[in-house]
Design a binder for this molecule. Structure first.
Ligand SMILES: NC(=O)c1ccc[n+]([C@@H]2O[C@H](COP(=O)([O-])OP(=O)(O)OC[C@H]3O[C@@H](n4cnc5c(N)ncnc54)[C@H](OP(=O)(O)O)[C@@H]3O)[C@@H](O)[C@H]2O)c1
Length: 298
């Protein structure tokens, strides 16, 4: 049976917007939690038909309000994540470890059908990245608290308005020379946002529980190739310059002082690791297998 209501945290973001559309057009009602209802309400409400979307304002520390929302939902989906830390409690630990831990505890307490958490690909390997470590610890807490949870680990997620390509296109437009970290050889497996939301929908509809699923697109592509394709798209030619690591670290140290950093030291460390299937978990191309496996266990 289809769930009646999905509670979504972080639904005003890139993946959230596509997900709201996917769920509501398939007759699933959503309640979207945002920190700023005045700023985000229009973005959220315009993703689906009237009557299918509720928007609630809350911060991630307001347990009383979150409990109230859990008492009215069948499924919770957590899309909250940050790429760099900011002041006032916006740390990797609070957002990627503590908050998912709270949500999974509540998922158990309120007997939810599923808790779906969006983590990130490659976090097992990136042992010196605080981003990756906080995501990994969050995953461990989730499975300890609510073992039937489903964790999706996407590679880079792209769509018409994603931060990754739009930021890079802006930089490519403005900079005379573009730096290639690690010689541009780091590999990625970008997945389109609507393909990722299809996976989330399948997880909900087919009741896929207790799994980590790695989510990737059809091709493996290195950083240099991504930049070259973006240059083609904006019809520009730029010199792509391999940047020695000490200079890259120095620029990251300076960039991370900006309020919306384009590169931090932690991101630089993360960029060292290929973002490809690990082979240790099922991937989104094996959804049929996952469904069959679940049906035979029932
Ligand atoms: N996009 C990718 O390429 C990619 C790749 C791998 C993994 N992921 C993971 O997938 C999830 C969703 O990604 P996304 O690209 O859709 O994210 P996003 O657009 O950057 O943000 C999602 C939402 O999270 C909320 N949020 C951000 N910072 C917050 C904070 N400090 N406290 C509370 N809420 C905060 C915001 O909602 P409000 O402003 O409405 O509160 C925001 O709209 C994240 O966990 C991310 O790490 C994304």
């Amino acid at each position: 049976m289809k769930p009646k209501n999905c509670l979504i945290f972080g639904g005003s973001g890139q993946i959230g917007k596509h997900l709201i559309r996917k769920l509501t057009k398939n007759n699933i009602k959503v309640t979207v939690v945002t920190r700023n209802i005045h700023q985000k309400s229009l973005i959220i409400k315009t993703q689906g038909n009237a009557g299918y979307i509720d928007v609630v304002e809350s911060n991630i520390y307001d347990e009383k309000k979150i409990r109230d929302l859990f008492s009215k939902t069948d499924i919770c989906i957590n899309l909250i994540g940050i790429l760099f830390e900011k002041k006032r409690g916006n740390t990797f630990y609070n957002i990627h470890t503590l908050f998912p831990s709270l949500l999974s505890k509540l998922a158990k307490e309120y007997k939810l059908k599923n808790f779906i958490h969006i983590s990130a690909l490659g976090i097992n390997d990136a042992i010196d990245s605080n981003y990756a470590k906080s995501k990994l610890e969050g995953e461990k807490n989730i499975f300890n608290n609510f073992p039937v949870s489903t964790i999706l680990r996407p590679s880079i997620v792209y769509s018409v308005d994603d931060n990754f390509t739009t930021n890079f296109m802006t930089l490519l437009n403005r900079l005379p020379v573009f730096p290639l970290y690690y010689s541009g050889k780091t590999k990625f497996t970008p997945i389109h946002c609507s393909d990722l939301t299809d996976v989330i929908y399948e997880v909900i509809i087919k009741n896929i529980n207790s799994k980590i699923i790695e989510c990737v697109g059809p091709e493996v592509i290195d950083f240099k190739e991504i930049i070259q394709r973006l240059l083609n798209l904006i019809n520009k030619k730029k010199l792509l310059l391999p940047m020695p690591l000490p200079i890259a670290s120095l620029t990251a140290k300076i960039f991370q002082l900006l309020p919306n950093s384009i590169l931090t030291e932690d991101q630089l460390r993360l960029l060292k690791y290929d973002n490809v299937l690990s082979g240790k978990y099922k991937s989104n191309s094996e959804m049929e297998y996952l469904v069959k496996n679940i049906l035979t266990k029932r």
